[in-house]
Design a protein around this ligand. Sequence first.
Ligand SMILES: [Fe+2]
Ligand SMILES: [Fe+2]
Length: 405
Amino acid sequence: MENATAEKRNLDKCHRSFRLIMDLLDLTDHTLEGLCEKCSELPDQKLMITRILDQLLSVPRHGEGSTAANRPRYLTLLYLQKDRVTLKGDIFRLGDNGFSTIASGVSIDERPSFSFDLTREDVLEFDCPPDPISLEKFQERFHPELRKWLGEPLTNCVGYHMHGEPEGIVIGFNYPEGVSRYDGEVMKSLAVTVSSLSTLAYQITEIKEGFIYMIESLARASEVNDEDTGNHILRVNTFAKHLAMAMDQPESFCNEIGLVAQMHDVGKIHTPSRILRKPGPLNRDEWKEMEQHTLQGEKILGNAPRLTMARQIACAHHENYDGTGYPKGLKGNQIPLEAQIVKLADVYDALRSHRPYKDPMPHDAALRIIFSIDGHIQAAHFNPVLLDLFRREVRAFEEIYEKLG
Ligand SMILES: [Fe+2]
Ligand SMILES: [Fe+2]
């Protein structure tokens, strides 16, 4: 009979651990999915921690099924991450509706923050004997600021060091029934999961920053031969994003065009500077060579899926809506929308700016040329819907030019 009870207890334990692992895997999967979809944001650490804890603590503690009654009560959780020499983070408390934040932006400056050195020990587990003297001594082991935030005497704790980027600690305090081995396992799982996810998020951010740096370097490099273009690439980014937003394009489209529009002339790296800097009009051969910058840009940007929009823009930003542009003579909506947008942004900015072959032009004069029906630049070169939007937004364009000129 005793054996059967022990066996059942072991089975319950196994079941519990299995469920715990499955829940964690499921949660990690969802968080990763979210990360990959957005790729631009760090996951919300608070949400991540409270979700993980809510899941972990909903696992039956005594093999009796998960009910609110057998969840630990009054558990307080401290989560701190290293920010240079300071530990910063939040304190959560478990209530009837799961975990909620009771203190945000908690920061502990003094070192050591605790009498326990988690950076060396990795794990701490303490249960204080209930007598008043031990309890008083136990309090002294914690930073006074922490005691103030918790607002209640500390009776026990279990914590783990979180390795990874950034480093941190996670500690649970005041378990109503004392710290069990199971509570230690829960805290460990939390530390491992949160560390892996924040390291991953950190790395994604690093990669993204590297990508942005690469784009900016390429755009700057493409301007090296061009004389006096000033903030041209920055303004084209801003104009293009403004137009995309005015068109109600999805946020991801607007952000992407606002980043990669600056690469529209990346192919000019191959254009000789005698052509780029020629003070007068170009002859036929020189024009032919100049036109090549679109195809060269397409080639430089290659086949990487992440650079699709940049490639479309580099190749098609001199195509005209009426089919009279270059390099392929595309017409109407054969021209990718992002290229149609950047074309308008680029033309307005070029008209306003100084070029080796022309003086800068005031806002109204630039508008007269864009809306004209004849000439080197004319209204038929632009998508009429886009041109209407531009007409509505001309004031914003003028302001952007003044600000970034
Ligand atoms: Fe161009
Ligand atoms: Fe340009």
